[in-house]
Design a protein around this ligand. Structure first.
Ligand code: FAD
Ligand code: SF4
Length: 462
């Protein structure tokens, strides 16, 4: 029966309308569709989907509750393992995690686990009431550096255990990439702030405008009464291509472009303090999720033509299939097997075009993907006035360079014991993108959870 019922589609804003606004694209399942989708689940005795979830949510159990109409109970089950379900239900790459393992996916379409998670979390936000019972205090204090998904998850887990937790965040709002990177139309900021408010209700103290490495250091935190420290400072340092013209007016890193639009609400100028200049033709270099976000943002900021410029083919695009699909629907143009060699400016130092080479695919490289090889003499020019470079981010060295004795790998990521997330300094733990390099929200959360369990053990013995 379940195999015959197709997976229920997510209702979305019409592409023609949504390319002109910043409202959420995916609208969420209505109740009756959520129940019908939940009824597709076979309630497997050995559920493979759970193996695919980095935080181990009891997926069949929460789906069963939705199928029976017990939506608040479903949310409660999810929250036992995941403190940010409304966020994960929206941005986790479920197609490569829980849903890729779902038994229904072998011969047909997997259960829409992510959409059901989002449904339960949204329902709870609207209809639930907080009945969190604070545990008795242990008298131990933990400092968390960075209020992204890794830091926030670690904070929540430790607060649940009765430890006093203070989060130090460099920006003026908490949330990390959830606030400054992922655009409003994929993840409304009001949702992020509601989930963060839940953490505050649990007793987590969040201090913003606190740049650790400048105003204080890891060692000072340990010397000033914190029993342990968790570093979750992410991968916020953009990579550049190092080609001529990258310093012209109109060239942004994706990081700056998205931060100005999302966090500083440039799209709402003059109601916000920051404007953002976007030309009629915009090129976004790169093929990952960040590139898709930047391209779709540029479109909404008024660009007429937005190009994704990517040196491999559509098959190698690292972005989620859903994001590519949404970008195509909205009219983003893909210039694949293409890479810029130079950005050209006018007499005022503004971008006017980009010189590119065409590429073909050669033998697979170390990543397993076919290597892009430039075609000699294939130079051509694309007229553009804005270029957004989105070719990856590295770790910000502010905390790591001010923490003597902290072991790092050659890329500047913190080395940890993978079972405990402890660094080379006793009592100092790390997790999320600062350890793995740019990865995903749920992996960062998983690392935060593991670290919290280890910190708890460490504090017991301290
Ligand atoms: P971050 O989210 O980067 O948070 C780190 C925090 O530490 C930040 O708030 C930062 O300000 C703070 N910080 C840094 N230095 C200091 C300091 N010195 N002192 C105090 N605080 C400091 N993943 C998905 O799963 N799905 C997606 O759809 C997705 N889309 C993405 C789109 C974009 C545009 C980007 C950039 C990333 C996306 N990712 C996505 C990746 C995902 O967001 C990250 O893997 C995840 O946020 C990592 O979490 P984190 O807590 O390690 O770091
Ligand atoms: Fe349900 Fe699929 Fe998990 Fe089985 S594997 S319990 S069908 S979601």
């Amino acid at each position: 029966m379940a195999l015959k019922v197709p997976r229920h589609k997510m209702p979305c804003q019409d592409p023609v309308v949504r390319r002109n606004n910043f409202n959420e694209v995916a609208l969420g399942y209505p109740q009756e569709i959520a129940v019908q989708e939940a009824q597709r689940c076979l309630q497997c005795k050995k559920p493979k989907c759970v193996e695919g979830c980095p935080v181990g949510i009891d997926i069949p159990q929460f789906i069963e509750q939705i199928a029976q109409g017990n939506f608040l109970e479903a949310a409660k089950i999810i929250k036992q393992k995941n403190t940010l379900p409304a966020i994960c239900g929206r941005v986790c790459p479920q197609e490569t995690q829980c849903e890729s393992k779902c038994i229904l996916g072998v011969k047909g379409e997997s259960v829409a686990i992510g959409r059901l998670e989002r449904f339960a979390a949204d329902y709870e936000m609207k209809h639930g009431s907080s009945n969190y019972e604070k545990p008795s205090p242990t008298g131990k204090k933990v400092a968390i550096i960075g209020a992204g998904p890794a830091g926030l998850t670690c904070a929540a887990e430790l607060a649940r255990l009765g430890h006093a937790v203070t989060v130090f965040e460099a920006l003026h709002v908490a949330g990390g990439v959830l606030m400054y990177g992922i655009p409003e139309f994929r993840l409304p900021k009001v949702i992020v702030q509601k989930e963060i408010n839940n953490l505050k209700e649990m007793g987590v103290e969040i201090l913003v405008n606190q740049v650790v490495g400048k105003i204080t250091s890891v060692q000072e935190l340990l010397d000033n009464g914190y029993d342990a420290v968790f570093i979750g400072t992410g991968a916020g340092l953009p990579n550049f291509m190092n080609i001529p013209g990258e310093n012209l007016n109109g060239v942004y890193s994706a990081n700056e472009f998205l931060t100005r639009s999302n966090l500083m609400k440039a799209y709402d100028f003059p109601n916000s303090a920051t404007p953002i200049k976007v030309g009629d033709q915009v090129a976004v270099i790169g093929g990952g999720n960040v590139a898709m976000d930047a391209a779709r943002t540029a479109l909404r900021l008024g660009a007429k033509d937005v190009y994704i410029v990517y040196r491999r083919s559509m098959n190698e695009l690292p972005a989620r299939a859903e994001e590519v699909h949404h970008a195509l629907e909205e009219g983003i143009q893909f210039k694949i097997l293409t890479n810029p060699v130079r950005i050209n400016g006018d007499e005022n130092g503004n971008v006017k075009s980009m010189t590119c080479l065409r590429y073909e695919l050669g033998e697979p490289d170390s990543s397993g993907r076919r290597r892009p090889v430039p075609i000699e003499g294939s130079e051509f020019e694309i007229p553009v006035q804005t270029v957004v470079v989105s070719i990856g981010q590295g770790p910000n060295p502010l905390v790591t360079s001010t923490t003597p004795g902290l072991a790092l790998n050659k890329w500047g990521n913190i080395i940890v014991d993978e079972k405990t997330m402890e660094t080379s300094i006793p009592g100092v733990y790390a997790g999320g993108d600062i350890v793995t390099g740019a990865a995903t929200v749920i992996l960062a959360m998983g690392a935060g959870k593991v670290a919290a369990a280890s910190i708890n053990e460490y504090l017991k013995n301290k």
